[in-house]
Design a protein around this ligand. Structure first.
Ligand SMILES: Nc1ncnc2c1ncn2[C@@H]1O[C@H](COP(=O)(O)OP(=O)(O)OP(=O)(O)O)[C@@H](O)[C@H]1O
Ligand SMILES: Nc1ncnc2c1ncn2[C@@H]1O[C@H](COP(=O)(O)OP(=O)(O)OP(=O)(O)O)[C@@H](O)[C@H]1O
Ligand SMILES: [Mg+2]
Ligand SMILES: [Mg+2]
Lengths: 252, 252
């Protein structure tokens, strides 16, 4: 049974894309069949996997407005078991164009129906906003994986996100649950990070994954080469921690 | 003549709010009269200046939809010369509610008219999106200050932002210009940061401010105490660099 998981947090820069790209790649290295949907007009996941945007004829936008099928949108990556649905700047127009369209919150769900049983996991990289795009991701998903940066503002915003998930669960998608909370950019030298981790574990208990992703410069370098860190620098802490996280996710 | 400056970048987590709060506070310490408008539904600038959100009767949302005047919204802070227009989660609804409203892009501009000559600077902290809220900020502003994190994804997204500024300039606000590009979270130990700085200076030349803001844990700690870093830890690198930046901005 395919698991469809949104990677979301409206707080900006917390490691959503880095998690989407590197978790997908790590699971593909462990033999799982993965589809990654880039649902952000910044298209960072698309670039992070080395896809040349100008060469694309269609992207997620065209699928959401009904001009293309999912089969026309899927692009292979350097990892045989990892496929991506790329994004582009066109996605900026989606929100306004869809305001009065019927079932505007279920466009992504409909687009994924034909492929839902062809993959072990489908991950959706969300933009930093509780917008119609993120709503589409939540309606299409079984669960939400929340990257949490070990910083004060990140912890503060969690309440809004949890409220939104509850609201989507009651009005559009009763199956939706929280997959888990992943601590990212953890710097064990600072009290701030330790405090945020303690607060998160106290409040969210087992929802917090045991694996913590450390701050590691290789995670920042890899995207400039269009590679996931597991291919860019296999021995780095960044790569090892995402491989460990992939194994922890499989055990759940 | 009051300068109205948007602090914007659709890339998330690049230091928009940290710059908005600490630049405003540094200029207030230097004797300038400052208004900070929190234009993000995350309301991080509001929390970063110690404003208790539940105690607020009205916030920016109420001003934008015409239910409150700017005078009802301005709240004083711990610094006599720094005033804030706080935000709240209500702002999430603005985009959808305003879709067919007349002059929806000029709501913030109209709201600020009564106070435009009472301050030396008005700063607008923008959300991580090229949305109607950011459009309102650009239409209300004389210029845009762009925080740029020394990371690959941040540099990649700059093209979209510059295109948007050009488009706003030609359709809504012919005065709009780029104030400058501020390098944030600079870690001189990594090649990645050095490369991004070199690329930015090569491409944007004098638009890049000389002051670089280093990565400094005090900047992350200060908001948890509801204080700008210039009050939280005056001797820290974070505080010194924002004071230096405030002086550089005044010289321009
Ligand atoms: N563990 C880490 N160590 C070091 N750098 C990291 C780490 N995780 C992410 N980064 C870097 O931090 C920046 C922010 O991460 P990323 O872009 O993945 O966050 P995001 O939540 O997807 O941002 P946005 O809100 O803009 O979509 C990127 O430049 C990324 O390369
Ligand atoms: N120079 C710095 N050194 C260390 N930490 C920093 C620095 N600047 C910002 N931070 C921290 O990094 C995180 C991101 O910064 P901030 O929230 O200001 O970015 P933003 O662009 O406003 O994010 P968003 O896109 O969500 O609005 C915050 O937790 C902040 O405290
Ligand atoms: Mg992202
Ligand atoms: Mg912010």
């Amino acid at each position: 049974m395919t698991q469809i998981i949104s990677i979301a947090n409206q707080k900006g820069g917390v490691g959503k894309t880095t998690t989407a790209v590197n978790l997908s790649a790590a699971l593909a290295m462990l033999g799982k069949k993965i589809l990654l949907v880039d649902c952000d007009s910044q298209a960072n996941a698309t670039t992070g996997l080395g896809i040349e945007k100008p060469a694309l004829e269609a992207s997620l936008y065209h699928g959401l407005i009904g001009e293309a099928d999912i089969a026309d949108l899927m692009v292979s990556t350097m990892l045989p078991k990892l496929t991506i649905v790329p994004s582009s700047v066109d996605l900026i127009g989606f929100e306004i164009e869809m305001v009065s369209a019927p079932r505007r919150e279920a466009r992504l769900k409909q687009l994924l129906v034909p492929v839902a049983d062809q993959f072990d996991f489908i991950f959706i990289d969300c933009p930093p906003a509780l917008s119609l795009l993120t709503l589409n991701a939540f309606v299409a998903s079984h669960s939400v994986l929340i990257p949490l940066q070990s910083e004060f503002f990140a912890l503060e915003g969690l309440g809004q996100l949890l409220d939104t998930i509850k609201r989507v669960k009651s009005s559009f998608n009763s199956k939706l649950k929280i997959n888990g909370i992943l601590l990212t950019m953890f710097d064990r030298r600072t009290n701030l990070a330790q405090n945020v981790v303690e607060d998160a574990r106290q409040y969210f208990k087992d929802l917090v994954f045991k694996t913590k992703i450390p701050r590691n410069v290789k995670l920042g370098e890899a995207p400039s080469y269009g590679l996931p860190v597991v291919l860019y620098d296999k021995q780095s802490q960044g790569s090892k921690s995402y491989m460990a996280f992939a194994r922890e996710l499989l055990k759940r």
